[in-house]
Ligand binder design. Structure first.
Ligand code: NAP
Length: 243
């Protein structure tokens, strides 16, 4: 059975991705930062599809923990066929008010964490000459957003990393892609005011926020044989917001 690791899978988009991959036949390592209960719910969702799952705690922004996460996933479930770099945070603020701490926290988790996890994964994939990696970027990384310079920089950085890595490892049979979701209804966007929510709806041609499942289906597709000729791509899942 194919094996996947999804970081940030205790809730939101990551939990939906773990569920979709299990539906498609993957055993899933459920990475999480602090929400052990949420991670167990995701494990239950995966096992309900008849697949194996394990919850693994690690702060992806800490190199040893990120490496340990990949090693533990492979020890528990076997060599990784798919890795989804989904763990992420926001620390929003107007540019002139972003502290060095909030800048670093967002870059460390969203970008450097993805680097640590994918680097630890690629070694084995190169040996096996197969595997696929999907990074969860954001439409904000493509078009920018006032109040999110740190987050937009991290998400744009992910796209640069994905495209470079895709060129490096494509000849060895490894595919690397990104998705760029728009506004998705999760804890991350729960803080939006009604006014802000309405503004997002108005700016989105499809007239609604996305669901975690909207993102999960596309990520599962990218991890599937149907996407065998897709690498270095960024697929927007934003209801047309970034058009
Ligand atoms: P969420 O509900 O806030 O969940 C974030 C997940 O990331 C949680 O599982 C959390 O784990 C994990 N995480 C955070 N920091 C971590 C760290 N240092 N180490 C390990 N895990 C960590 O967010 P979401 O909305 O599902 O977002 C998931 C991804 O999609 C993020 O990369 C986000 O930037 C991206 N995205 C979201 C939207 C949106 O509108 N929601 C749009 C575009 C892109 P614990 O809870 O266990 O700590």
């Amino acid at each position: 059975m194919p094996v996947a690791l999804v970081t940030g899978a205790s809730r939101g988009i990551g939990a939906a991705i773990a569920d979709a991959l299990a539906r498609d036949g993957f055993d899933v390592a459920v990475g999480y930062g602090s929400d052990a209960e949420g991670a167990q719910r995701t494990v239950a969702a995966v096992t309900a599809h008849g697949r194996r799952a394990v919850a693994l705690q690690a702060d992806v922004s800490v190199e040893d923990e990120a490496v340990g996460l990949v090693e533990a996933a492979e020890a528990e479930l076997g060599p990784l066929d798919a890795v989804v770099l989904n763990a992420g945070i926001t620390r929003d603020g107007l540019f002139m008010r972003i502290s060095a701490e909030d800048w670093r926290a967002v870059i460390d988790t969203n970008l450097t964490g993805a680097f640590f996890v994918s680097r630890a994964t690629v070694r084995g994939m190169l040996r096996r000459r197969s595997g696929t990696i999907v990074a969860v970027s954001s439409v904000v990384g493509l078009i920018g957003n006032p109040g999110q310079a740190n987050y937009a920089a991290a998400k744009a950085g992910l796209i640069g990393m994905v495209k470079s890595l895709a060129k490096e490892v494509g000849p060895r049979g490894i595919r690397v892609n990104a998705v760029a979701p728009g506004y998705i209804a999760t804890d991350m966007t729960a803080a939006l005011s009604d006014d802000q929510r309405e503004q997002v709806r108005t700016a989105t041609p499809l007239g609604r926020l996305g669901t975690p499942e909207d993102v999960a289906g596309v990520v599962a597709f990218l991890c599937s044989p149907d996407a065998a000729f897709i690498t270095g791509s960024v697929i927007r899942i934003d209801g047309g917001l970034g058009t």
